[in-house]
Design a protein around this ligand. Structure first.
Ligand SMILES: [Zn+2]
Length: 275
C-alpha cells in the first residue's frame, strides 16, 4: 500500500490513533482505506505533504464519540513503538506524525493568542489567521535534545526518571531554552540532572516526537569529568552500564532506544565508537 502519495486517512481521538479492528499493527501507520470512513459524520482535514503532491487526510474525532464496533484506539506513543524508529519524513510514518502534530496544534490554536479572535484557515498555507488583528499562527515545533554519554571504559550513562516505569533507565534529555544552542542544551541538561561534564558532543539523528510538539535531536558525547550526582527532582538514579549488564530500556520507537542500540552494536558511526 506504500506509495509516495498518502492513500489512507488518519483518525485521531484525543491522544489515540483510531483504526478498524481488522487493520494489523504492521499497517496502522498507513492510515485507513477511504471506504471505511463514514464521511458524512466526520470532517476530513486535508494537510499538504511536506514535499511533492498529495494531501494527508486526517480527522480529529470528538473525545466522546463512540467508536464503531470492533474499532480500537491505540495510544500514539504505543503506535510509535510498533514502527521503525527513524522516520522518513515523506512516507507513511512521517505522514502519521505530521497529521498527529497538526491535529493537536489545531485543537490548541482555535483562538488568536493576541486578541482572542477566532482563527480562520489562512489562504494557501497550513497557518491559521486571525480575521480581527491579522496575526498568523504556524504549527509550533519545540526542539529537545537527548544524549548518549559514553565513558572511557565504554560504559553508557543511563538514568531513571521519576516519570518512567519502575526499573526502566534511559538517556538524559531536555528542552532547548530560548537563546540557547543545542550543544549548550546538552551541556546544561547533563550538568543539571547528573552533574557531569562532557566533551566531543556530536549530532547523530533526529525524530519527530509530537508529545505534544517536540523534535528530538539525538547527540552522542563523551564523559569528561565529575561524579554522578542526580538532581533528585527529575532523575532518581543514574549509573554507568556495560553492554552485558543493561537494565530495562525504553521500547522501540524512540530515538533513545535507537541511540542505545547503535552503541550496543558498535555502529554509532562516530569515532571512536564506530570501530
Ligand atoms: Zn487577533
Amino acid at each position: 500500500m506504500s506509495s509516495n502519495i498518502p492513500q489512507g486517512v488518519y483518525l485521531f481521538q484525543g491522544n489515540t490513533l483510531v483504526v478498524p479492528g481488522d487493520i494489523p499493527d504492521s499497517l496502522i501507520h498507513e492510515g485507513i482505506p477511504d471506504n471505511y470512513i463514514p464521511t458524512s459524520s466526520i470532517t476530513i482535514l486535508d494537510i499538504p505533504v511536506n514535499e511533492g503532491p498529495g494531501v494527508i487526510k486526517s480527522a480529529d474525532l470528538p473525545t466522546d464519540m463512540p467508536l464503531p464496533a470492533e474499532w480500537r484506539g491505540i495510544p500514539m506513543r504505543q503506535a510509535l513503538s510498533l514502527m521503525d524508529v527513524m522516520v522518513d519524513g515523506n512516507g507513511p510514518m512521517g505522514w502519521l506524525l505530521r497529521a498527529y502534530h497538526i491535529v493537536q496544534w489545531r485543537r490548541e490554536s482555535v483562538f488568536c493568542g493576541s486578541c482572542g479572535g477566532r482563527n480562520e484557515a489562512a489562504a494557501n498555507s497550513l497557518a491559521r489567521r486571525c480575521p480581527v488583528c491579522g496575526r498568523q499562527e504556524f504549527p509550533r515545533i519545540s526542539p529537545a535534545i537527548i544524549v548518549i554519554i559514553i565513558n572511557d571504559e565504554d560504559k553508557v550513562l543511563l538514568a531513571h526518571n521519576k516519570q518512567f516505569t519502575p526499573g526502566v533507565y534511559s538517556l538524559i534529555a531536555g528542552f532547548n531554552e530560548p537563546g540557547e544552542t543545542l550543544e549548550a542544551t546538552v551541556v546544561r541538561e547533563v550538568r543539571e540532572e547528573v552533574s557531569l561534564e562532557l566533551h566531543d558532543i556530536r549530532y547523530v539523528a533526529s525524530q519527530p516526537w509530537p508529545f505534544p510538539n517536540s523534535l528530538m535531536l539525538g547527540f552522542s558525547a563523551r564523559y569528561a569529568a565529575g561524579a554522578i550526582k542526580v538532581d533528585g527532582a527529575e532523575i532518581e538514579d543514574a549509573r554507568w552500564f556495560t553492554r552485558d549488564m543493561l537494565p530495562e530500556l525504553p521500547g522501540n520507537g524512540s530515538v533513545s532506544r535507537y541511540l542505545i542500540n547503535r552503541w550496543r552494536e558498535g555502529t554509532m558511526g562516530v569515532p571512536p565508537w564506530s570501530k
